[in-house]
Design a protein around this ligand. Structure first.
Ligand SMILES: C[S@@+](CC[C@H](N)C(=O)[O-])C[C@H]1O[C@@H](n2cnc3c(N)ncnc32)[C@H](O)[C@@H]1O
Length: 245
């Protein structure tokens, strides 16, 4: 039983339109370049493949991709783009679902390790990645650095976006490392729709410890897919751990 929220049909149907910015070539191309480079001539496994934003593009680059995804409706959207034979997906929890075969690359992008809301499940997710890697293979994560430096003293709320048609706020529990993102969307008629999502935020150093528990070694950490240096000002990281050969 996972603590992840299971994304429903409405969320799935809106996902690609809502995330249009994540499909922009300047965002997606460096992601796919980076992953294709690490996969080399091997196969890749995407945890939480969703509607196939990255997986479909990586398949198009000649990398055999398999996915694990919790939400049936998200996979239904992916299936409108690509068939089962070209990109197989297993419905299940990325922390515990296993599939046959060994992979040169396992990857988990767009902050999604945080959708597992306990430390134990996040550790299991690292272990599951390690389990599917061939010796010398890599596990790659793209993850935000928790922006709690932006919390005013005594406050638990950070404004993430206040723009035309959308406002979002994150609320933090600093004891349990839980975060809830609250989104308010206003449509053309002025109707406001509210949605929220719960996460467990995790620091890069805690990721390294989880990787160590899973028998993986940190190989590199960048601020983004273009391999910019990761610094104390970086608000996100792309990290690569390697399974010893
Ligand atoms: C932000 S979307 C990312 C989808 C895709 N990787 C992308 O980059 O567009 C998060 C996805 O994670 C999936 N997810 C959340 N928890 C999961 C879990 N425990 N196991 C597998 N998939 C999960 C959700 O159903 C959703 O499709």
């Amino acid at each position: 039983m996972t603590t992840s929220e299971v994304w429903g049909r409405q969320q799935a149907e809106r996902y690609d339109a809502n995330q249009a910015g994540m499909y922009a070539p300047e965002v997606l191309n460096p992601t796919v370049d980076f992953l294709a480079d690490l996969a080399g001539t091997g196969a890749a496994l995407e945890f939480a493949i969703g509607t196939g934003r990255v997986g479909v593009a990586l398949t198009g680059r000649g990398v055999p991709v398999t996915g694990i995804e919790l939400s049936g409706p998200m996979v239904a959207q992916l299936r409108q783009k690509v068939g089962e034979a070209e990109l197989p997906v297993i419905i299940g929890d990325m922390a515990t679902t296993t599939i046959d075969g060994e992979f040169a690359l396992v990857y988990l992008v767009f902050n999604t390790i945080s959708n597992l809301r306990t430390q134990a499940e996040q550790v299991e997710c690292f272990r599951n990645a390690a389990r599917h890697l061939s010796p010398g293979g890599r596990f790659v994560i793209e993850l935000w650095v928790p922006p709690i430096r932006r919390l005013a003293p005594g406050q638990q709320i950070v404004a993430m976006d206040v723009s035309d048609g959308h406002a979002s706020f994150d609320t933090y529990d600093l004891v349990t490392q839980q975060c809830i993102s609250h989104h308010y969307d206003r449509d053309a008629e002025g109707t406001i729709r509210y949605g929220s999502g719960g996460f467990r935020y995790v620091w890069p150093s805690e990721c390294d410890l989880m990787a160590m528990v899973a028998g993986l070694e940190l190989e590199s950490r960048y601020a983004d897919w273009r391999r910019s240096p990761f610094t104390s000002e970086s608000d996100s990281h792309v990290s690569v751990w390697r399974k010893p050969a």
